[in-house]
Design a protein around this ligand. Structure first.
Ligand SMILES: [Zn+2]
Ligand SMILES: [Zn+2]
Ligand SMILES: [Zn+2]
Length: 616
């Protein structure tokens, strides 16, 4: 989704300013865009779509018909704009292994949350993942493309989902005789992957050289003690074959991690060679097989032998925070203090030039529509068949009641419960209205100015923060000077697939107040925006990335005017602590023009493998 009109907060880039201003867009492209818009609206008004029907009632049967598959919506999706590439081209690049892995894990997360919503058990998820694409469905020896040394998995299920380690419980994943064709010179079974997670009391873990205990004979749950002898079969035999054929094996370490929702984090540490094996009496007096493995040379250095995250250790108190320049930029307004750190500038300066606010302010000439009717539920909304708000979302709740509420997948718009609903503040359909849950930090980065990260693990689908500022008319903003913090509320444009914006599941009812006029040539331009320049919250410090870990979600809670939707940033992935939080500002390249009418360009420093190299 597009929207943000903020530049990287980099002093060097300041004089280039933001822009893509509405004014230039109008001058330059009114005709072309109006034509595209008209075409789209024509497509949208065909019988498969209810978006442009000004029928204000919601019909349950029709909601179902509005579930549009990606294939069906594709004719409406613009993949190329006038010049250059849009972000859609990049995300459609199926050849990139990293993106494939990321997509696969996002798909898995969605399946997982759907399963939680349907109250299914884990074996059902197994079925779901088997039926759908496991990324690497054939096992293979060695690294898997897109999963680098240091890659973190947040559950065993994730490893199953991408085909990295195909067993849910066993520590050794091996290939059998059915792989004879691909690997004809070897004896089977052969191990492809092992997981070391303190499963066995005899494990010795020295990082570069490890001693691994074979499988079997131990209790899988509880004490994990050996209760009988191990045998040289299956995984144990496989590791012996690896030694004889000099076939390396992937080694992944599992660690306890209290902030992770599964309480575990698994780090891929690279390829290891089995260098010897032996049988011995273990601590409990039973025979166990032991394998010594040595890490292959020439691989990236080990980042962990315990859970340390990129960027260091998570501080436990303010006195431990290095480079602290402000204990709480929110001055007590946020539910948790938001410290700012600066280890870049000399002298280290705190963020300045803005006033922290925690809820949207309404600017001049903006009228908030009166509340929508809401639902008649009591306590918490649980029955999608009875809840009017669930119906607006296409017949089900967009959230699941897990880890304080998680959004199953991005939508055009999410209809939350609001002031007229009968339910209470704990209703799952109010997830984005709840107070900030994660411990955030604003930190100075060398190239991108201020940036934001979390000390807590953030599960995929969790709301991270709302984009807070002053709600203004886009027309009024043109007169403001040097403001890099404008977020244009373009939910309507996104829903209509205008201007190269990425469309989403069109599984929503018809917003009652949506204004669609075929003759209005400005419909391509959002009418309202959120100005977080002089006043705003932590969201104003979040940078752009071409491969972001957050996504923008439009949310309606107190009214149904899409032009004035709330803008909430959600976690797209499971985000480990201290990873910078980013979202895609969503510019179309070559769409930004200066006052002289020339195309403006701005270098992107996001560092993503598939960085577009330009912000616009
Ligand atoms: Zn509710
Ligand atoms: Zn309800
Ligand atoms: Zn409701």
């Amino acid at each position: 989704m597009a929207g943000k009109r903020k530049l990287a907060d980099n002093p060097d880039q300041k004089e280039r300013r933001w822009s893509s201003r509405v004014q230039e867009l109008r001058q330059k492209k009114v005709d072309e865009k109006a034509r595209i818009a008209r075409e789209r609206l024509k497509l949208l008004s065909d019988k498969n779509s209810k978006l442009c029907v000004d029928d204000t009632e919601s019909h349950a049967e029709e909601d179902e018909a509005m579930l549009v598959s990606p294939e069906r919506s594709s004719p409406l999706t613009l993949t190329k704009t006038e010049k250059g590439k849009t972000k859609l081209d990049f995300y459609a690049d199926e050849n990139d292994a990293h993106l494939k892995v990321k997509k696969n894990l996002r798909f898995f997360n969605t399946q997982y949350l759907l399963m939680v919503q349907a109250k299914l058990s884990r074996p059902d998820l197994k079925g779901v993942m088997r039926a759908n694409a496991i990324l690497y469905s054939r096992k293979r020896i060695g690294d898997l493309p897109g999963i680098d040394v240091g890659h973190r998995f947040f559950s065993r299920a994730e490893m199953v989902a991408v085909g990295f380690h195909r067993h849910w419980l066993n520590g050794i994943d091996s290939m059998g005789i059915e792989y004879k064709r691909e690997y004809s010179d070897y004896q089977f079974p052969l191990a492809v992957s092992i997981i070391m997670s303190g499963q066995y009391e005899d494990d010795l873990d020295n990082a570069e050289v490890v001693t691994y205990t074979g499988q079997g004979g131990n209790k899988l749950t509880g004490s994990k003690r050996q209760v009988k002898d191990q045998e040289l079969v299956r995984g144990n035999l496989a590791l012996k074959n690896n030694l004889e054929h000099k076939v390396p094996v992937r080694v992944t370490r599992g660690h306890q991690c209290q902030t992770s929702y599964s309480k575990k984090v698994y780090t891929y540490d690279g390829l290891y060679q089995v260098i010897k094996y032996w049988a011995e009496k273990g601590v409990s007096g039973f025979t166990v097989y032991k394998y010594q493995l040595k890490r292959l040379e020439g691989q990236p250095e080990l980042t962990t032998n315990q859970v340390n995250f990129v960027g260091g250790r998570i501080p436990k108190s303010t006195s431990e925070i290095q480079g602290l320049v402000c204990e709480d930029i929110s001055k007590g307004l946020a539910s948790k203090p938001i410290p700012a750190t600066n280890r870049v500038d000399d002298p280290p300066v705190p963020p300045s030039g803005f006033t922290y606010i925690d809820s949207l302010k309404i600017g001049p000439n903006v009228k908030i529509p009166r509340s929508s009717t809401g639902c008649n539920c009591r306590g918490s909304c649980t029955d999608p068949n009875k809840c009017a708000c669930a119906r607006l979302n296409g017949g089900n709740f967009p959230y699941v009641d897990l880890n304080n509420g998680r959004l199953i997948e991005p939508r055009d718009v999410v209809f939350e419960c609001g002031p007229s609903c009968g339910c209470g503040p704990e209703c799952v359909n109010r997830t984005s209205q709840k107070r900030l849950k994660f411990q955030l930090e604003v930190f100075r980065s060398p190239k991108k100015g201020w940036a934001v990260r979390s000390w807590d693990f953030i599960p995929a689908g969790s709301p991270v923060c709302e984009y807070i500022g002053v709600l203004r008319r886009t027309d009024d903003v043109d007169t403001l000077s040097d403001n890099d913090y404008i977020f244009e509320i373009d939910c309507q444009q996104t829903m209509q697939g205008l201007d190269g914006r990425q469309r989403r599941l069109r599984d929503v009812a018809v917003p009652t107040d949506i204004k669609v006029s075929q003759s209005n040539e400005d419909e391509n331009v959002p009418e309202f925006c959120i100005d977080a320049g002089p006043t705003g919250n932590v969201a104003r410090f979040i940078n752009h990335s071409c491969e972001p870990n957050l996504f923008v979600q439009c949310v309606l809670s107190s009214h149904q005017d899409i032009r004035l939707a709330r803008v909430v940033l959600f976690a797209a992935d499971n985000i480990p602590p201290l990873q910078e939080l980013t979202y895609d500002y969503g510019y179309t390249l070559d769409s930004v023009h200066g006052p002289d009418g020339k195309v403006k360009q701005l270098t992107c420093y996001c560092g993503a493998i598939k960085c577009r190299k330009r912000l616009y």
